[in-house]
Design a protein around this ligand. Structure first.
Ligand SMILES: C[S@@+](CC[C@H](N)C(=O)[O-])C[C@H]1O[C@@H](n2cnc3c(N)ncnc32)[C@H](O)[C@@H]1O
Length: 291
């Protein structure tokens, strides 16, 4: 009895530590940016600059952003295996970006499939994952992709899910995850909420040492209730529009996708929330399929 209690306490402690490590993967290292209060003059000067497609200039630099900012899910997955006894053979990376997570995970998995909607990011991902025969990188929209196979775990890292347009989009991402999970499989993701997006809108971030210098100016648009990030390069500006996602929206989307919301936790600065969802072992026929 005492031994069991002891083992349980150690297990809980290890689980707490794994969550803490994931949420704070990069909290104590420099992001590479100098962050200053929003500069109105700069914001006026960039307004007429030519618009570039999202990731048109960022894609070849994204490995630097991802390395410094993307939560380290590959370190968290062994803790998932211990806690829930879930195999880590087949992993789906939704919005894989330049494929760093897939490449890091590949040696420990049977198969990793990375999906992204940006051809530019995928081109980088193919370079980064080329040496891993068990990684497949494919173009797809995380709201609607149908791969015809199922996985042990699906991950959507580094605020990618914030790129949806509305609550239906969020529900569709969760449904995509649900239809690609084995019964009992897990979906892990992180998202920025409204408070963080409002906080970000008060600052500009200067990336001075990341290849071509660039500045990120964040806005919070009251009319649409969305965050707009302008990434300013010498020859133009990328615009990234994202929707804030908070726990009540995730709870509603999870219910609609027939996923159980098991855990949510935050980093020490309260910027980002992490979600652990599970596909129940018994689900109705319609689960995971768009209606
Ligand atoms: C912030 S980056 C994160 C990339 C990667 N997960 C990482 O940790 O570095 C967001 C990614 O989401 C992708 N994305 C945005 N909307 C998408 C969609 N509808 N379907 C699939 N990917 C999408 C973008 O192309 C981009 O690669």
């Amino acid at each position: 009895m005492r031994m069991r209690l002891f083992r349980e306490s150690i297990g809980n402690l290890r689980w707490w530590w794994a969550k803490y490590r994931l949420a704070n993967s990069n909290a104590f290292s420099w992001s590479g940016a100098i962050t200053v209060p929003a500069n109105e003059q700069l914001r006026q000067a960039i307004a007429p600059k030519p618009r570039l497609a999202p990731y048109e200039r960022l894609a070849p630099l994204w490995h630097l952003h991802s390395r410094r900012g993307s939560p380290r899910y590959e370190r968290f997955l062994p803790a998932m295996r211990r806690r829930f006894n879930v195999p880590l053979a087949d992993v789906l990376d939704l919005a894989c970006g330049v494929g760093l997570f897939a490449a890091r995970l590949a040696p420990d998995c049977r198969r990793v499939v990375g999906i992204d909607s940006s051809g530019l990011m995928l081109a980088e991902a193919r370079k980064n994952c080329g040496r891993h025969a068990n990684v497949c990188i494919a173009e797809g929209d995380f709201r609607s992709v149908v791969l015809g196979e199922t996985f042990d775990i699906a991950v959507c890292a580094f605020d990618s899910v914030n790129y949806v347009d509305d609550a239906d989009g969020l529900r569709d991402v969760l449904r995509t995850a649900a239809r690609h999970l084995h019964a009992g499989g897990f979906f892990l993701f992180d998202a920025l909420g409204e408070a963080t997006m409002r906080k970000l809108a008060r600052v500009d971030s200067y990336f001075l040492r990341f290849g071509p210098r660039h500045v990120m100016c964040h806005y919070f648009d009251e009319a649409t209730q969305k965050s707009r990030t302008l990434v300013v390069f010498p020859d133009g500006v990328e615009e990234h529009v994202r929707m804030p996602i908070d726990p009540p929206q995730v709870a509603a989307a999870a219910e609609s996708a027939e996923l159980e919301l098991l855990e949510l936790f935050r980093d020490v600065r309260g910027l980002r929330t992490f979600y652990v969802l599970r596909k129940p072992r018994e689900v109705s026929q319609s689960a995971g399929f768009a209606t």
